[in-house]
Structure formats: C-alpha cells, structure tokens
Write a protein that binds this ligand. Structure first.
Ligand code: PFF
Length: 447
C-alpha cells in the first residue's frame, strides 16, 4: 500500500478533534476524578498537571512525529527509524498493539456500563423497570451484553476508515460534550455541599503526597493522552505534512487536560452534594466506598436530585460519555487494525472484524472473572506498560533517530523551528529527561 492510498485527516480541525477524541475518554471522566478523589484531591491534581506538562506532552509530540515520519502503522514506522535493528523495532510495535488491545478489552466493559446507565432511565420511562434495574446492576450477563454492544459500535466506526469514520464522528460529538459539561458544572455549584468538594479538589493537603500517588499520576497522564500504545503514532501517520506538530499537540493536550479538569470540577462537588442528600460516599473512617464505582453512584444521584429534567440530562450525559469512550476506543482498535491491514495486506473490513472479535473474546473472559482480572489488566496496561513503552519511544526518538532526519520531519509545517527554543530543548529533553524521569518514578518506591 502506498502512502497515497492511506486515509488522511482532511483538516486540522478534524485531526485535533480526532486526536482530542482519542485522548478524552473514560480516563478523563472516570479515571481522573476517581483517582483524584481516592488520592486526596488537590495534591493528586497538581502532580497530575505536572506530569502532563513535563512528561506526557513532550512524549505526545514525539509519538506524533514518529508516526508522521513513518506514514504507516506503528510497526512499520518504528522499523523505518530503527533501520539497524528492524526485528527489535517490530517487536516493540507488536507489544504496543497488544497493549492497545489489552486496554480496549477492559475499556469496553466500562463503556458498556455507561451504555447501561444511559439506557436505564429510558427503560424506566417506558415502564420496563426490571430491565432498568438489570441495566444498572453488576452482573456477568449485563457486563458481557453491553460490552458486545459497545464493541459493535467501535467496529462500525473503524471499518469506515479515517476521514469518513473517525474524523467525522469526533468532530461532531466532541464539542457537544464540552457544552454539556459546562452546563452541569454550573448546576452542581448551586447545590448544597458543592463547596466542600471544591475545597477537596483545589486546596492541596500535602500529607497525601507519596510515591504511589506519583506513579498513579504518571500512569493517568500517559493513559489520558493515549500514549505508549501507538495510537498517537498511527494518528500522526494520517496527519498531513503541512501541520505544525508541536502546536497541534499543545492544543490536543490542553483540550484533554481541560476536560479532565472539568470532570473533576463536576464529580468532586457532586460527591459531596450526593453525601448531603443522604447517599453514602465515605465509610466511618472517611474513606471512599468502592472508588471504581464512584462515578456510577454519584452521577445518577445528582440526576435524581434534578427531577424530571434530571432524567433527560442523565440520558444525554451518559450518551455523551459513551461517545467520549467511543472516540477513544476507535483509536485503540485502529492500532492493531492498521498493523494487520498494512503488514498482512488484509482489507480494513476484515482486519477490523477479526480484531474486534478477538478483543471482544478477551473482554468476555475479563467480565466473567471480573474480580481476578479487571484491575490486573487495567493496572498492568495503563500504569506500567504505557509509561514503559514511552521510555522506548523516547529512546527511539532521542538515541536512534538521526537528528537531521528528525529536524527535517518536524520542520514540515513549521519551517522556522530550528531557530526556536523548542528545538533547542525538546530533542535533548526527550532523549535524557523523559526516559530517566519515567524510570525514576518507577524505581523510587524501591530505593
Ligand atoms: N485517552 C483515553 C482516555 O483517557 O480515556 C484512553 C486511551 C485511548 C488509551 C487510546 C490508549 C489509547 F490508545
């Protein structure tokens, strides 16, 4: 397949929406508020912002640049740079695609829950109360059925390719999500208890700071910007050569951080509003009860408090959550699909179906052994694999890629870059600081 046969994003706006769509997902609206609430609030927020700006953002530029240079799937892009050791390059590409698939296999279960919470009020309204209960009650049959539904949606979009599927849907839906968030935050601030949540979110208590908080914040930042697994590499490969990568990456990172920040601004106050309304959020020791479920307890309680309007807003909110999850899951699936399509010369349609089916099978296994597998798969893939693969990409960019060839690539779309402070700092920063910092964060608890 020549590069001209490959799909491409048709506009900068479309790319930003798709890349931001990949970044903005359950990591922002479920992972970040949950982690912030369990890790003591503002201390986590600050370390997270620090990780975003100082580690994840430079790595986002790195991944997009590697991908655009390669003009191909991550395996081929890495091979093109690491010419002296193609098998090792390919091996890391394969590890990335396996990690992306692993993430999708647990992500689809979570997204399925969101579908359940979005459909339940509809079932209630039409009198199917039993169905409504089933949709929001934990159980293997529900988990698997809703996961199947979500995977079908993912496969549907990815089969249509880049501009017609991924770009079109992301551009339509991302702005709506933004507006709904702002409206809900406006509402929650009028409620009793909201200020307690705001205080927890914004006023740091440094005694919460510890090594595991830092590791979690790093994993969360990598997860949120979809780093490490080749998703941004493959999106970079669909990016036209006249785009200024650092600037565009900056916009994507700002949107992503903005949505996470807004989600915290909604969920933490909503926790305390729910508490005020009699929902049990903390145990006697003041610890959060079932943190993973936080969003699914707190938000329905919020919508209930809003009367009839709450029903409609609840449906809209969960629908948008599903969409945010979908614009991320399509990026995850795109990684193995692009590899199979280009490396094994398979049609996109066939590759998407085969991979969608295989990953669904993994999801079903996780759902059937939820307690044993869910946290394990989520932690292994996001807290460990994503940053560790980030180390590999930093090494590829900093130590293996020739500086001239890197400059030539990044200069396209940014002809004056050689004279900027960005160019003086960033390649060295990615070469030395990023890998060292990631490894130090991991090593610290053992020192
Ligand atoms: N960034 C997504 C989120 O915050 O939900 C998760 C994600 C998407 C991770 C795509 C990895 C990926 F390739």
């Amino acid at each position: 397949m020549t590069s001209s046969d490959r799909g491409q994003f048709t506009s900068r706006f479309g790319f930003i929406m798709a890349a931001a769509g990949s970044a903005v997902g359950l990591g922002n609206v479920w992972g970040f508020p949950t982690q912030t609430a369990t890790n003591g609030g503002a201390a986590f927020l600050l370390v997270y912002l620090f990780m975003m700006a100082l580690l994840a953002f430079p790595m986002l530029i790195a991944e997009l640049t590697i991908g655009r240079y390669g003009q191909s799937n991550p395996i081929a892009s890495l091979r093109k740079i690491w010419v002296k050791n193609k098998p090792v390059a390919a091996m890391f590409g394969v590890i990335a695609l396996l990690t992306a698939s692993m993430i999708l296999s647990f992500y689809a279960i979570l997204a399925g829950w969101l579908i359940g919470f979005g459909l339940a009020p509809i079932a209630d309204v039409i009198g199917l109360n039993g169905v409504a209960d089933w949709l929001v009650t934990f159980g293997t049959a529900r988990n698997v059925s809703l996961t199947v539904l979500f995977m079908l949606m993912t496969v549907f979009v990815v089969r249509r390719g880049v501009s017609d599927g991924i770009e079109k849907w992301s551009s339509r839906l991302m702005p709506v999500l933004f507006v709904l968030f702002i409206a809900l935050i406006g509402y929650i601030f009028t409620q009793d208890g909201a200020m307690d949540g705001l205080e927890m979110y914004l006023v740091p208590k440094w005694n919460h700071l510890n090594a595991s908080l830092v590791v979690n914040a790093m994993g969360q930042a990598f997860f949120s910007l979809s780093l490490g697994v080749g998703a941004m590499m493959v999106y970079g490969s669909y990016l036209s050569k006249d785009i200024n990568i650092p600037k565009t990456a900056g916009q994507v990172a700002i949107i992503d951080t903005g949505v996470a920040f807004m989600a915290g601004l909604l969920i933490l106050p909503a926790m305390f509003v729910a508490k005020e309304n009699g929902v049990q959020i903390f145990n006697e020791l003041g610890e959060l009860i079932s943190s993973g479920n936080l969003v699914f307890v707190v938000l329905p309680a919020l919508f209930d408090s809003m009367g009839l309007a709450g029903e409609v807003i609840g449906i809209a909110f969960f629908a948008l959550m599903v969409i945010a999850a979908l614009t991320s899951s399509i990026a995850m699936l795109e990684v193995p699909v692009s590899c199979l399509q280009e490396e094994a010369k398979m049609s996109r349609n066939k590759a998407t179906k085969i991979l969608g089916g295989t990953i669904l099978l993994c999801s079903a296994i996780i759902a059937a052994n939820f307690n044993a597998l869910f946290d394990l798969v989520a932690t292994a893939s996001t807290v460990y694999m994503q940053p560790l693969l980030g180390v590999v990409w930093a090494v590829v960019l900093g130590w293996i890629w020739s500086r001239n060839s890197l400059l030539e690539e990044i200069r396209q779309g940014n002809p004056e870059i050689e004279q900027t402070w960005f160019w003086k700092i960033w390649p060295w920063y990615v070469k030395f600081v990023c890998p060292a910092a990631i490894l130090i964060v991991f090593a610290y608890p053992f020192l």
